[in-house]
Design a protein around this ligand. Structure first.
Ligand SMILES: [Zn+2]
Length: 150
């Protein structure tokens, strides 16, 4: 048996002149950050996803009990909606995360409307998600290999 290493995502095992190609298929589960539920396009990692010009940030569904479980919504160019957990992008923000929920006090109520993507001026435990949304909106986009929506 011979082991032929070609790259981190492509290697072969040769047993009695039969070549078994390993790599991408084997690693696929690990290399999936998000998959489109409709067209099955797969983003291998977070930066792939954030820089894809075929995705448009369209909304945010707050989870008041657990802000990390809130959902950021994107439209894919195939017209599907993709739901991304706040948790999977919370590494983008390294500013303060407040402990208290400001609902009922000076809260402007942005989180009650899923198409409101404005930054929140209040020191509230949900405010950091809006900072993350701002970071995603400003993320440099690169053209993807999928056809653009018309
Ligand atoms: Zn899609």
């Amino acid at each position: 048996m011979k082991f032929v290493f070609e790259s981190w995502t492509n290697y072969k095992i040769v047993i009695k002149d039969t070549i078994f190609i390993l790599g991408r298929n084997l690693l696929q589960n690990k290399l999936e950050f998000k998959k489109c539920p409709t067209c099955k396009y797969t983003w291998e990692n977070q930066s792939d996803f954030l820089s894809d010009s075929n995705l448009e940030l369209i909304g945010y569904q707050a989870n008041f009990a657990n802000p990390g479980a809130g959902i950021i919504l994107f439209n894919h160019s195939c017209h599907s909606t993709i739901a991304l957990k706040v948790k999977s992008v919370e590494n983008l923000y390294d500013g303060p995360i407040f402990k208290k929920n400001a609902a009922g006090d000076e809260c402007p109520g942005f989180c009650l409307y899923k198409d409101n993507l404005e930054k929140c001026p209040v020191e509230c435990e949900c405010a950091f998600v809006r900072e993350i949304i701002d970071i995603i909106k400003a993320w440099p986009k690169k053209p993807s290999n999928l056809p653009q929506a018309v």
